[in-house]
Design a protein around this ligand. Structure first.
Ligand code: SF4
Length: 265
């Protein structure tokens, strides 16, 4: 079975516990205004051209993004990092895009990881069918779960989808006793208002102790240059990055409610 991969990152330390290998699957049902990985949104391979400039001359470089790989080939790449993963109590994380958009391929990869004894994490938007979730749930030790904003209308506006399915699936995972790291992008003027933060805390407190960590991810504009390359509109012009003071204040607010918090994932 083959799946579409757009990156494999080694020695990842922000995608779950320990040192991890993170596999990025291409294709996402959302199109968040602030997405740092716009190359992960389309479910098709893409050809892009980057123009390099040197001494007044331009050098266009053609690049393909997205490679069809079979399960064995991905596992060969993962196995190369076995020692680092084992010695650091790390493992393998599947991210995207939305890895569950290729649920059958992901299930097979997770199965192979479990056969080898690797700790597994799935980084998901949660905007996926219950059937897809049920396929991977027993093979996933930890879910890294995005909670972007609580108001369904604003969620629809900024990501292209309502958050109803996302919140339903989150509650379902908690009820099933799955371990969760909640990932919250912090984006001034979009989701850092007191009302949204209070509603988010309220939700996390409902999840019966399933939340093992809250990762506050400060928005940054480093991916802005990628948008033109991928023919996507960049809508974050003028949106500031959060400063350290705001991030620390948020950390304290979540810690006061008893959550373990990490800034930056
Ligand atoms: S869910 Fe993640 S990968 Fe998908 S568009 Fe939003 S930020 Fe990008």
């Amino acid at each position: 079975m083959k799946g579409l991969i757009f990156d494999i990152k080694r020695y990842a330390v922000h995608d779950g516990p320990g040192i991890r290998t993170t596999v990025f699957l291409k294709g996402c049902p959302l199109s968040c205004w602030w997405c740092h990985n716009p190359e992960g949104i389309s479910p098709e391979p893409e050809e892009v051209v980057t123009v390099h400039r040197m001494e007044g001359r331009e050098f266009p470089v053609r690049e393909s993004v997205g490679t069809w790989m079979d399960v064995e080939k991905v596992m060969t790449e993962i196995d190369k990092e076995r020692t680092f993963m084992e010695e650091s109590d790390g493992g393998v994380t599947f991210s995207g895009g939305e890895p569950l958009w290729q649920a059958g391929f992901l299930e097979e990869l997770l199965l192979q990881c479990k056969r080898r004894g690797y700790h597994t994490a799935v980084d998901t938007t949660g905007h996926i069918s219950r059937k897809a979730l049920d396929r991977v749930m027993p093979l996933t030790d930890l879910f890294l779960y995005d909670v972007k904003m609580m108001d369904p209308v604003r969620h629809q506006h900024y990501t292209g989808v309502s958050n109803r399915l996302i919140l339903d699936n989150l509650r379902y995972l908690a009820r099933e006793g799955k371990q969760l790291f909640i990932r919250i992008p912090v984006i001034p003027t979009i989701n850092d208002d007191a009302e949204n933060i209070t509603a988010t805390l309220h939700l996390l407190n409902e999840l019966d102790g399933a939340v093992r960590e809250v990762d506050l991810l400060p928005y940054h504009a480093l991916a802005a240059h990628k948008y033109e390359k991928f023919g996507r509109e960049y809508r974050m012009e003028g949106v500031p990055e959060p400063d350290e003071g705001e991030m620390e204040q948020l950390r304290e607010q979540f810690e006061r409610e008893g959550f373990r918090v990490k800034i930056g994932g």
